[in-house]
Design a protein around this ligand. Structure first.
Ligand code: RAT
Ligand code: ZN
Length: 414
């Protein structure tokens, strides 16, 4: 039985340090994907979150920066974002958490010393080290069959060896750029046409089913603009209704929607050039109402959508809310959103994913998130104990397990 606040703190810390995390959305890959897995200090420093921050200070022409080698870009970012200014932003702090947890000397401020550490590391060793430090048991990747490099890897049988890496079928091109995507389907032997007529919808369903099977995908995913809706008669609406939803239901593979991205508001920043807009929650209500036998995983990018998203999840058990996505992954906002969700949904959601693009991101994203979620849980358990309710360490373990993976697996029901 937990009897006092000190004991509560200790139990929480212990459980958070041993919980085996399922990271439900990342951009990392297993070793047999070779160069698609980004790792190392230069990759950490050239994260697109940090590139955006670099250009807050630098007047360098964008093209000049992107023409540099990765290590030269990293040199510039280190100088500008770490040496010339104190690294107080969340992404800056993240890079330092990575160095510290890898056992490197943050005080030395020596990028060369950090690079030296990597000279003796293999990719396979680094994967083991990072997973252990982050407390991550498995990650769900972002797997794009429209990417020629990735498509070839899957077809050659890659991606099946390491069970720590689970697949998610990413279908942005199909929904956001059908006029080009259909050509790729055609080249792959699917009988589709530009206007989705005739047998096309059935062929798109066949394509989705084939790729879910080939990857063993846990869910299908797409990132969507703030104005996403299904009330128009666009090709996107038709593909969602005639292809994605039937396959999603038939294969018991949820449809994950990540809503609220304004793509490339500043094209010159490339991957760092996307922004955020407030979306309309109505589309989620409609989907959950009209397709009660479908399962939806949803995260939204704007802070303004978070309360209504939590309320919507109260209405629909076929909706699993997940993560504090991208621009929301700031400590102040993670705490706020996690509180809203706990107060609204109890423990029936998935509070965080890492969105790691570089292997070592797993370390900082989970270190920081675990601490924040732990603080919110401490507050909520303290309020609970004040009612006279009793709590055991086993119950705390159960609750933390639910938040960091069990809810997701239960929702998948596979
Ligand atoms: O957070 C990010 O790195 C974004 O660029 C995207 O990856 C986003 O999470 C996505 O999956 O589209
Ligand atoms: Zn992502």
């Amino acid at each position: 039985m937990i009897t006092d606040s000190q004991q509560l703190k200790t139990v929480l810390q212990n459980e958070l340090s041993v919980v085996k995390i399922t990271d439900v959305h990342t951009h990392v890959f297993p070793a047999d994907f070779g160069s698609m897995l980004l790792f190392g200090i230069d990759e950490v420093l050239t994260y697109h979150y940090l590139i955006a921050e670099f250009f807050r200070y630098s007047t360098m022409p964008y093209g000049e920066f992107f023409a540099l080698s990765k290590s030269k870009q990293a040199d510039l970012i280190w100088q500008t974002l770490f040496l010339d200014h104190s690294p107080v932003s969340e992404a800056q702090r993240g890079a330092l958490t990575v160095l510290r947890r890898l056992g490197l000397d943050v005080q030395s401020r020596s990028l060369e010393e950090y690079r030296e550490y990597y000279r003796s590391r293999t990719m396979a060793q680094q994967i083991d080290t990072v997973f252990a430090l982050a407390g991550v048991e498995e990650v769900v990747m972002t797997n794009d069959p429209f990417d020629p490099q990735e498509r070839a890897l899957w077809k050659s049988g890659a991606g099946k060896e390491d069970p720590r890496f689970q697949a998610a079928l990413r279908i942005d091109p199909l929904l956001m750029d059908y006029t080009n995507a259909y050509k790729i389907l055609q080249a792959e032997g699917y009988e589709v046409d530009a206007s989705l007529s005739g047998n096309s919808a059935a062929e798109v369903r066949r394509f989705l089913t084939d790729w879910i099977g080939r990857m063993g995908a846990l869910y299908m995913a797409v990132s969507l603009p703030p104005d996403f809706n299904l009330s128009d008669d666009s090709l996107r609406t038709r593909i969602v209704k005639e292809c994605v939803l039937p396959v999603s239901q038939g294969q018991n593979v949820p449809f994950a929607m990540m809503i609220g991205v304004k793509k490339l508001v500043n094209e010159q920043l490339r991957l760092a050039g996307d922004s955020v807009g407030k979306a309309d929650i109505t589309v989620i209500e409609e989907l959950c109402t009209q397709y009660p036998d479908n399962k939806f995983l949803v995260t939204m990018l704007s802070r303004e959508n978070q309360h209504e998203l939590a309320i919507t999840a109260r209405k629909y058990r076929n909706l699993m809310v997940f993560g504090c996505w991208w621009f929301l992954n700031n400590p102040s906002i993670v705490k706020e959103i996690t509180k809203i969700r706990l107060e609204t949904l109890g423990l029936s959601f998935t509070p965080q994913h890492s969105d790691a693009r570089v292997l070592e991101h797993l370390i900082y994203k989970w270190d920081h998130s675990k601490a924040l979620i732990g603080e919110v849980l401490e507050e909520k358990y303290t309020d609970l104990l004040a009612t006279g309710w009793t709590l055991t360490p086993d119950e705390v373990r159960r609750d933390i397990g639910a938040l960091f993976g069990d809810n997701f697996h239960r929702f998948l029901d596979r």
